[in-house]
Each structure stands twice: as structure tokens, then as C-alpha cells.
Design a protein around this ligand. Structure first.
Ligand code: SF4
Length: 329
């Protein structure tokens, strides 16, 4: 299988605004280390679920891959080409191959534009169709995503649709360009529970039809399990565990992954033994703890964890973990 997108030691540090007092006292500038040395590959037709608590750097990672954020360092390789430093003009032809589906479908739609025109718009921007052809294709796409009758939906505006219908429009707008790679950022978290399965089914049908590669960002490991081939768990800007989905779910090796799994009743119910609970909040990303970043919350932390940071090492076939004391050993 060919690699569609690769992140190589990707970092993004956001400068923290300084007060006048900070400037007068010559205090050093601080940075939020949102993404701090992340590497992974996504293969053709594969979905990688990126999982973690809010603020762990998931969304920034997705935005970096699409060059919606400039990386502080590291590389992004798309279809074999290093796109890290491409200029906007050079990136433009690649934009149609890489799309993003946002968490809030309402915020990502233009409230003053008809639904059908919003779906047709990317075809016109990329000069892939005449206005007439773009309209026809938008009507087909409306039907494809289940917004029927399509002529009626074409004329509507975002405020006239439900949350689930709006997310179908966002998916239709992304898919009309037949992209190779999509970042789906919590695409069902703001949608009624009753509609979530059908939206996930819709994404899955596009994935199969277009052999789409996807980074699926979610805080919910049970959703990540349904949609993905592999899972990567992020904590404070770093990947702490990554591997084939069922292997990670059934045999987590990092305490943080295990705690995420134990917090989901539908998965945890089937497992025996004491559930692993973690306490406290994610530490301030401006000054991550020394050693293992998870050590202040980890029930298994020892002296070495407080002084040294573990590397991400392969512990099984394609299964990587960043921990000195692997679970189940
Ligand atoms: Fe816990 Fe130590 Fe493993 Fe970090 S390295 S997760 S502190 S056991």
C-alpha cells in the first residue's frame, strides 16, 4: 500500500502574548507546545484515528498536515512530495486533493449562500466545471449524501437545516472534489446521537468508493474504534501509543490509553479487573512536566519516569508505545 501523507517530527509552538510587564522585565517569551515531535504515515484507503483529551494537539496536527498552520519544524510529505515549505500558489493545485471536515458544520458554512451553491463552489474555484456542470454535480452530490429532493435542498440556506443535514452538506462539499486525503475533526461531536451512525456510515461509504485516506480526530475512543484501521493516542503534543485499532483496544500498553478505554462503559464492561482511573487535569502545555509528560497523573510512575522521557518504541507488530513500564508485561 502506498503512503498518502506522512508527518515527520512535526512541531508547532504558538507564542504566548506577552504583557507590558513581561517586556519591561525582559521575561523570556513562552510558547504553547501544541504539537511536539509527531511522526506517522497514513496509507492509501486507510483511516488513522487520532485520539486524546481536548488541548492535546489533535486539531493542530490535522491543520498542519493540510498546511492550514505553518509548522515550527518537521516535514509534511503528501503523495511523495515534501509540501512543508510550498508557497500558497504552489499549494493551490494540491488543495483539491486534501480536504477538511470541521467539528461545527454551521460555522464552516456561509450563512448567506444557498446550500447547492456552496457544494458547487469548489468545482468553480478549481476550474473543474462550468457553472451549469457544477450545478448538476452539486445536485447529484446532494442526492448522494441523502438530502432529497435535491432541487429543494439546493435552494435552502444553512439555518433551514438540522445539524446532521448541515454536516452532510459539509461532507458533500469536501467530497465533490474527490480528494485523496481528508482530515475529519470531531465530525459527529456536535450532532445528535441519533444521527451519528448515519454520518459515520456516509464517511465510510466515501472512503471505500474513493479509496480515501483519512485522519479522524476524536476525543472518543469508542468512535475511533468504529471508524479506524489504526489508532494514535496523543498526550500533551506527543503520540504515546499507536497501532492497529483492535490490537490497541484489546491490549493497550500505555496507562493513558488504558484509562481512556476503561472510561468507556461499552468497551470496559467486557474486560475484567480493576479499572484504571486517572486524576487531575492535563498540565499546562507551556511548561510540560519533565521526564514522562504523563507522570504527574500516572499511577505507575517511578523515579525514572520523573527524570527521563521515554522514546516511542515498537513493542509488537506495528504497535508503538512511549512508556518505561509497559502494561501487561
Ligand atoms: Fe506512567 Fe512512567 Fe509509563 Fe510515563 S513512563 S506512562 S509515568 S509508567
Amino acid at each position: 500500500m502506498s503512503v498518502v501523507v506522512e508527518a515527520v517530527d512535526l512541531r508547532k509552538y504558538f507564542p504566548v502574548p506577552r504583557s507590558i510587564i513581561d517586556v519591561l522585565l525582559h521575561r523570556p517569551r513562552e510558547y504553547v507546545r501544541a504539537v511536539d515531535g509527531v511522526s506517522f504515515k497514513i496509507y492509501e484507503g486507510e483511516t488513522l484515528a487520532l485520539i486524546g483529551e481536548s488541548g492535546c494537539g489533535k486539531t493542530t496536527t490535522g491543520r498542519l498536515l493540510l498546511r492550514l498552520e505553518e509548522p515550527t519544524s518537521g516535514r509534511i510529505v503528501f503523495m511523495g512530495r515534501d509540501i512543508t515549505r510550498l508557497k500558497p500558489r504552489e499549494l493551490r493545485p494540491l488543495r483539491r486533493e486534501m480536504q477538511m471536515i470541521f467539528q461545527d458544520p454551521y460555522a464552516s458554512l456561509n450563512p448567506r449562500m444557498r446550500i447547492g451553491d456552496q457544494i458547487a463552489h469548489p468545482l468553480l474555484i478549481h476550474k473543474l466545471a462550468t457553472p451549469r456542470e457544477a450545478r448538476e454535480k452539486a445536485l447529484e452530490m446532494l442526492k448522494r449524501v441523502g438530502l432529497t429532493p435535491p432541487h429543494e435542498f439546493y435552494e435552502r440556506y444553512p439555518h433551514q437545516l438540522s445539524g446532521g443535514q448541515r454536516q452532510r452538506v459539509v461532507i458533500a462539499r469536501a467530497m465533490i472534489l474527490k480528494p485523496r486525503f481528508v482530515v475529519a475533526d470531531e465530525p459527529v461531536s456536535m450532532i445528535d446521537v441519533s444521527m451519528r451512525a448515519s454520518i459515520l456510515d456516509l464517511l465510510e461509504s466515501f472512503r471505500r468508493e474513493y479509496r480515501l485516506s483519512m485522519l479522524f480526530i476524536t476525543h472518543d475512543i469508542s468512535i475511533g474504534r468504529i471508524v479506524s484501521d489504526r489508532i494514535a493516542v496523543m498526550y500533551l503534543g506527543r503520540i504515546v501509543e499507536m497501532g492497529p485499532t483492535e490490537e490497541v483496544i484489546r491490549n493497550p500498553k500505555h496507562p493513558y490509553t488504558r484509562a481512556l478505554i476503561d472510561a468507556v462503559p461499552s468497551i470496559a464492561r467486557r474486560k475484567r479487573g480493576k479499572k484504571l482511573r486517572i486524576k487531575g487535569e492535563v498540565p499546562d502545555p507551556r511548561s510540560p512536566p519533565p521526564g514522562c509528560r504523563f507522570h504527574p497523573r500516572c499511577p505507575f510512575a517511578t523515579e525514572i519516569c520523573r527524570g527521563e522521557e521515554p522514546d516511542l518504541v515498537e513493542v509488537g507488530r506495528d504497535h508503538y508505545v512511549r512508556c518505561f513500564h509497559l502494561l501487561g508485561k
